[in-house]
Ligand binder design. Sequence first.
Ligand SMILES: Cc1cc2nc3c(=O)[nH]c(=O)nc-3n(C[C@H](O)[C@H](O)[C@H](O)COP(=O)(O)OP(=O)(O)OC[C@H]3O[C@@H](n4cnc5c(N)ncnc54)[C@H](O)[C@@H]3O)c2cc1C
Length: 403
Amino acid sequence: MSDKSYLDWPFLEPRHAALEAALDAWAVQHLAHAPDHAAHDHAGVDAACRQLVRQLGDGGWLRHAVAGTDHGGHCDTIDTRTICLIRETLARHDGLADFAFAMQGLGAGAISLHGTLEQRGRYLPRVAAGAAIAAFALSEPQAGSDVAAMQCAATVDGDHYVLDGEKTWISNGGIADFYVVFARTGEQPGARGISAFIVDADTPGFEIAERIAVIAPHPLARLRFNRCRIPAAQRIGAAGQGFKVAMSTLDVFRTSVAAAALGFARRALDAALAHATQRPMFGQMLSDFQLTQAKLADMATGIDAAALLTYRAAWQRDRGRSVTREAAMAKMTATETAQQVIDAALQMFGGLGVVSGQPVERLYRDIRALRIYEGATEVQQLIIARDLLRAATAPRAATNGPA
Ligand SMILES: Cc1cc2nc3c(=O)[nH]c(=O)nc-3n(C[C@H](O)[C@H](O)[C@H](O)COP(=O)(O)OP(=O)(O)OC[C@H]3O[C@@H](n4cnc5c(N)ncnc54)[C@H](O)[C@@H]3O)c2cc1C
């Protein structure tokens, strides 16, 4: 049983603790026997993911992933703390369930935050009900960390745009009903010449170029656009504002990646505690050794430190504050800490820890990609440092200005 004392922290309200308790009980009932799929079993992973989206929709959980009570949402804004708690709780039970929830939120996030009334009415109710699957298509083979290097282009043709190019590493690629795609429209160079579009999966000229198998299996694909015509009404936000649309969406969901990492780390600590107190060794239990106790202490302290940063960032965003630095700190710390916690837990299990399908072995695979996507750790370091340097030089610039 995980330590849930964090639910009393001042960043959270009683409604958050109530939601966590209800979701935990739901997850025990619905996610207890989640199978581990082989990386190349695309059909099995797709079916499991579709089923999880439906279950999460039926359970009412996806209503928290979209904004707007008129469009199926639980409330009119996205409550970042709720998103984080849901992801942490689902990740503690099942990595694929967390993935299914997160992608509905990330895939529909740009529509929730910047969509027109028509776009919101058309897509959000189905996302909230689990009747349509969403995806977020930003990365390209030559533009991952360096998003502004994107080449996928959208050219105006009457009242349409024509998309040409590729996207890769797209989660839900192959099963999504629609993709929020970012493409170069060229209003200005670099990041100021990108726009966001909603592309329905059945649009002529759109195809899945390749399915990608990864260590923690989930639907993932490379997408191809070949003279793919999109009505101009499918553009999200103003032309040339796509980079801002993408970054504001990531500001919400980056913090939730930290929360998912916390869920994985808490499950690893629970498993380590249970194992260490029951494993006889040299005439005592593994937990009786001070070397083990030092590891357990580091694991618990790391989790609390990461949780404090995570819920601080979520709380700050819910108060309408900028969270670029705080979200980056949370994501970097929680994902790196969770990796260390899970590795320490696996080590305590000895040979059992590397047996395929064992809980700690699954966690070891589940955590790895979180240190890379939605900005690798090095990118988070740059974001934090840039923000620090901007703050440090701003007053100096003012002082050095003309008298
Ligand atoms: C499982 C998974 C799911 C994903 N889902 C999606 C999705 O749904 N939608 C989407 O758009 N994208 C998705 N991505 C893509 C993800 O966002 C990119 O993989 C990520 O941004 C890194 O880009 P890259 O893979 O091209 O690596 P690169 O940009 O080539 O970076 C490689 C490595 O270089 C290092 N690095 C980066 N920048 C710097 C720097 N400035 N200084 C020093 N080192 C640096 C980092 O360690 C990084 O991991 C997903 C990726 C994975 C693995």
